[in-house]
Design a protein around this ligand. Structure first.
Ligand SMILES: NC(=O)c1ccc[n+]([C@@H]2O[C@H](COP(=O)([O-])OP(=O)(O)OC[C@H]3O[C@@H](n4cnc5c(N)ncnc54)[C@H](OP(=O)(O)O)[C@@H]3O)[C@@H](O)[C@H]2O)c1
Length: 248
């Protein structure tokens, strides 16, 4: 019988792959989701290959794939909303609306739906821990990152809103007995996302900032934030909502 289940989006590489690997090593069952295949093989790891943008229009297939795993998780259900697109890099006024829609489908709509799915479907006694992977750009504006920033700001607010409903008498019936959400800023992490950002051509936007992160050796390996995400998934009683960034 599975007792600890974690759903990790964006598990094919970067921070998500590090979280998934760490969890299976700690005897969690993990369901990872990404457009490409699994980063590793393990008896406790199940991979769903899908584009999370599809959740916006057809959530049923992901529900059907997740339901049997969630139903068995009587001890603890973790959700790590980690997958994200950077999307349009450049002036917000030139952003293509279709691209902005896709960005929001992946960065906001799918994670919000997944939070609901976990809260609705987790077995009654299970502890629920949700980590929404955020960024400093969710709370501060950076030229050229507007589309990404606003999607991450929306995800941060979605977590705060869900937690506020848990803390309100009228809506608390939707809360599991022990549930908590962390909005987590992983810091500057050495992944494809950073590489793609620093490979942008020099122009009117501060891409040099990203080149500087690598040049000045400010990037940390994905295992650093992954360990803090796992720590929250395994934590005891928490406030309904908290936010944190990578510890120094
Ligand atoms: N790296 C940093 O410095 C940094 C800083 C602040 C915040 N973050 C946040 O940390 C999280 C992880 O980023 P990372 O740096 O590890 O990025 P990454 O290496 O680019 O990995 C992104 C992951 O998301 C998946 N993904 C992207 N679009 C998807 C889609 N449409 N459907 C399903 N999966 C999708 C990718 O898999 P596929 O391509 O296989 O689909 C991949 O596994 C993101 O939320 C990011 O915003 C990163």
């Amino acid at each position: 019988m599975t007792t600890k289940l974690a759903i990790v989006t964006g598990a094919s590489r970067g921070i998500g792959a590090a979280v998934a690997r760490m969890l299976v090593d700690r005897s969690w069952t993990v369901v990872g989701i990404a457009r490409s295949g699994a980063a590793f093989e393990h008896a406790g790891y199940h991979h769903i290959t899908m584009d999370l943008a599809l959740v916006a229009t057809a959530p049923r297939s992901l529900h059907d794939a997740l339901a049997p795993h969630i139903a068995r998780a009587t001890g603890r259900v973790g959700l790590v909303n980690n997958a994200a697109l950077v999307g349009h890099l450049g002036p917000l006024v030139t952003a293509d609306p279709t691209g902005v829609l896709e960005l929001h489908a992946v960065n906001v709509v799918a994670p919000v739906w997944l939070m609901g799915e976990v809260v609705r479907s987790a077995p009654a006694p299970a502890t629920v821990r949700i980590v929404n992977v955020s960024t400093g750009a969710a709370v501060g504006a950076y030229p050229g990152l507007g589309a990404y920033s606003m999607s991450k700001a929306a995800l941060r607010m979605a977590g705060m809103s869900l937690a506020s409903e848990w803390d309100d008498l009228a809506t608390r019936k939707h809360k599991r007995s022990d549930a908590a959400i962390l909005s987590y800023e992983p810091g500057l992490v050495d992944t494809d996302m950073q590489r793609e950002s620093r490979e942008q051509p020099t122009g009117e936007f501060p891409w040099d900032m990203f080149r500087g992160f690598a040049r000045d050796k400010l990037l940390v390996p994905p295992e650093r934030p992954a360990a803090e995400i796992v720590e929250f998934l395994e934590s005891g009683k928490q406030k309904s909502f908290a936010e944190r960034r990578l510890r120094d």
